[in-house]
Design a binder for this molecule. Structure first.
Ligand code: FES
Ligand code: FES
Length: 174
């Protein structure tokens, strides 16, 4: 049994400490946006934020997340609301700017890679609010254990989505 804090809520976890965090999130807690793609830290579909840093939940034992804050795409609106000091009521109706940009730019095709993409882009924009194309490409290719892969090849739309999200964040988007 261990305690796991996900999207602001603490959970008692029954899985053994060496269980991959991804399995705990999906199978025990029912948090479904992190996806199983490769299971080997080679695609990015399972990415979550751990204390604000992107990591691959498919190879991270749940014990490594104890005492830290796990954020999945489900938790991005509340993360943004907290950063913007929005009211609880407003927070309920608020998308994170990255999600809003993904909708407005219609970034996803099949969608399976996109939750990991949005997690990585959130990490990027929190550190670099106005990234260049080169910054975005570096974040999504060389900064982690592997590139974030999209087999639908939505890469051009992702670039547009990141720039759109940066603009929304800059003006304090709802
Ligand atoms: S499923 Fe974790 S990196 Fe592919
Ligand atoms: S949108 Fe299909 S894998 Fe990326």
């Amino acid at each position: 049994m261990s305690m796991l804090k996900v999207n602001g809520t603490e959970h008692d976890v029954r899985s053994s400490p060496d269980t991959p965090l991804l399995y705990v999130l999906r199978n025990e807690l029912g948090i479904m946006t992190p996806k199983f793609g490769c299971g080997m830290a080679q695609c990015g579909a399972c990415s979550v934020l751990l204390d604000g840093a992107e990591m691959r939940a498919c190879i991270t034992p749940v014990a490594a997340a104890e005492g830290k804050e796990v954020t999945t795409v489900e938790g991005l609106p509340a993360r943004w609301a907290k950063q913007r000091n929005l009211s609880a009521q407003t927070a309920q109706d608020t998308l994170h700017p990255v999600q809003e940009a993904w909708v407005e730019e219609q970034v996803p095709q099949c969608g399976i890679c996109q939750f990991g993409m949005m997690i990585k882009v959130t990490e990027l924009l929190e550190a670099n609010p106005k990234p260049t194309d080169a910054d975005i490409k570096a974040a999504l290719t060389t900064s982690g254990p592997s590139p974030h892969l999209c087999r639908c090849a939505s890469y051009a739309a992702i670039l547009d989505g990141v720039h759109h999200a940066a603009r929304l964040m800059a003006k304090g988007a709802k």
